[in-house]
Design a protein around this ligand. Sequence first.
Ligand SMILES: Cc1ncc(COP(=O)(O)O)c(C=O)c1O
Length: 391
Amino acid sequence: MAVMSQRVAGFGTTIFADINALAAKHGAVNLGQGAPDFDGPPQVLAAAVTAVNGALNQYAPGIGMAPVRQAIAQHAERFYQQRLNPDTDVLVTSGATEAMFAAILGLADAGDEVIVFEPVYDTYVPNLIMAGVTPRYVALRGEDWSFDPDELAKAFNRRTKAIVVNTPHNPTGKVFSRAELRVIAELCQKHDVIAITDEVYEHILYDHASHVRLATLPGMAERTLTISSLGKTFSVTGWKIGWAVGAAPLVHAVNQAHQFITFAVSSPLQAAAATALNLPFSFFDNLQSSYQARRDRLLPVLRAAGFKVFKPQGSYFIMIDWRGVAPSYVEDDMQFARWLIEAVGVACIPASPFYQDCDKQLGKYFARFAVCKKDETLDAAAERFAKLGKL
Ligand SMILES: Cc1ncc(COP(=O)(O)O)c(C=O)c1O
């Protein structure tokens, strides 16, 4: 009996599982997966404990607890002057990951097309495939990972239902500029297409880069669903509290799927999410400066190791081109990642899993390092890289 459905039979294991296992086996310093090796703010952790001890342990309403929906709406107003009705325009989900899947299931039909930028965060395409939706890829290229507006325009057609925009972008660290978002917004309006944005790195920005929320551009409020989550901003990736916000009809459509996927999301962690989102501006400023310091600690290490570095404007990540650093028998990014773990003792994520099969060669010379690590971890990686010249 073939136990596996056709729907999932083509999926491999995620690259994160493979790299984590190999890194653990070889005792490598793990700069692979985008999960901090430090904890979130103590007052946020304490709020979760208080909620557990305060009998907030039964099902929350499917759309999310009122205080957290309010906090999500206030956060949108505070940072982006985006006005949301917490009762109709906000849905709490099990992380951004579930929000994206519920969004695709709730907004697109089998046979529709959804545009994604490539390299593409690795859950979107499996989500689309599970929903019977066809992905259309538009390349991000060059030093600044820009897209060709003509190529993007050509990707829109009568079957296009939505475009997914991830900014700040994983894996490249690109922050889409206002001008780029305007191009996307114009095409969405011209073709009557929905934009689904993934903004989980909205508060991790470097060198005074600013994050523009696509939903706030003229004409986009009614056609943009904004997704974000607690994990990255508050260093609690294991909590899996996320949200989807936007015009009521969009959010209602997402909830149509959400109500039959997870139904409701962890009550005590939602309570703590309200505490987190209501933290003062100083928290968000400190977060940015701490990430700036981490990025600026790792950049020179990677440069000194001989990598060509793509300086990120945001996100947890630094992309590099490894040519000239690895020995000649290393032929692609998968072999490079394995070699780096085994010979140098540092783990990274190869870039080709962020490309569709026919474009794998575009990611062949790239790899991604995560900066969301303690100074000791980054320094330990630096020590290992220092061995490079002697290998
Ligand atoms: C672009 C992007 N979206 C979503 C997620 C996952 O978010 P969550 O943990 O809230 O599901 C990640 C995590 O790495 C990510 O990089």
